[in-house]
Design a binder for this molecule. Sequence first.
Ligand SMILES: *Cc1c(COP(=O)(O)O)cnc(C)c1O
Length: 393
Amino acid sequence: MKVPFFKPSFSQEEKDAVCEVIDSGWLTTGKVTHDFEQEFAEFVGSKHALAVNSNTSGMILAMEACGVKKGKAVITTPYTFVSTAASAVHLEGDVFFADIEKETYSIDPDSIEKILKADTEHKIVAIVPVHIAGNICNMKKINELAKKYSTPENKIYVIEDCAHSFPSKTSDGYAGTLGDAGIFSFYATKTMTTGEGGMITTNDDNLAKRISQMRLHGMNRDAWDRYTSDKASWEYDIIAPGFKSNLPDVLSAIGRVQLKKAEKFDQQRKEIVKIYNQAFKDCDFLTIPPDGEGNAWHLYLLRVNPEKLDCDRNTFAKELQEMGIGISMHFIAIFHFSYWQEKYPEFRAENFPNAEDKYQRTISLPLWPDMTREMAEAVIEAVKTTGKKHHVR
Ligand SMILES: *Cc1c(COP(=O)(O)O)cnc(C)c1O
């Protein structure tokens, strides 16, 4: 049986919602997007939600609003998708990388503190934790560090990369409300999708205002406001050279339907996780993914244990693929990319032992809402067969 890595879960409802927008004649950002923002803000419990055309655009906007620019810098993890770090570079800022924890994939607060301590010039204006696979980072510690090392002239913000963490939730609230801002992704393979898209959540009025203007050319009024307000539609000011990062209503229409299904999707993914965990927990050649409070389980990050196998992760993964199992890698740690190696000479695998160890051993297995039990069992069968074949005696 072939099992794809991911398939989005759509029904007639998304198609109807799109047709309704097309029939309305209003295609850019308008009422549907405003409704989507309001519903998303209500869902996670944030004061503001600002729709954007990707997580990457959202990250650039949030960093810009937090003061990332030439001479300033962010701290993030090498265990993420490159856009998290590249966003700072687009603003001419610098990036400091903190290793991840030994037992989880989350950025290590101790490693963050070492960097903050050494930052005597106060270059750092934001810490960007990434809730890998939906597992929430140690936000209490990270917020404490941001506070401790902020000065009256240089506030350090916490921007959560929530690309994997919808809907992750701790007793303190949803991911995206635990720092100063949270950036979600609605890319095609994420836990809810609009094809491409993203959302920025924040409780900070100043951040929200700056982001909402900068996402649309630096304009102080958006198209919907100019269309609906009593004020003349051609009257607006430009406060800065802004970006073009708004989310159109066609995509927001899909998002509103997906949002309604998010909790069902969450339950469905967790059913598959239960089946995987049960099957893999006693295999000595495997380590099952770490789990924490409110994990949304966007990814199933399975680790192979090299000391029990006569092959490496790449061979293991290739053989799964040959058996028709759609696997993936999350992530190639950023220090393996030539651009980043050239940019920062110290940015090498040997300086990030935890990230490198996880990267060398991890395979992402298929995990999506409409996956059947039979599909999960086909994945398990393939993993166990490969493990037996390569097990050292
Ligand atoms: C997918 C992803 C992004 C980028 O999201 P886009 O919406 O494609 O820009 C950023 N960070 C992480 C951790 C991701 O997985």
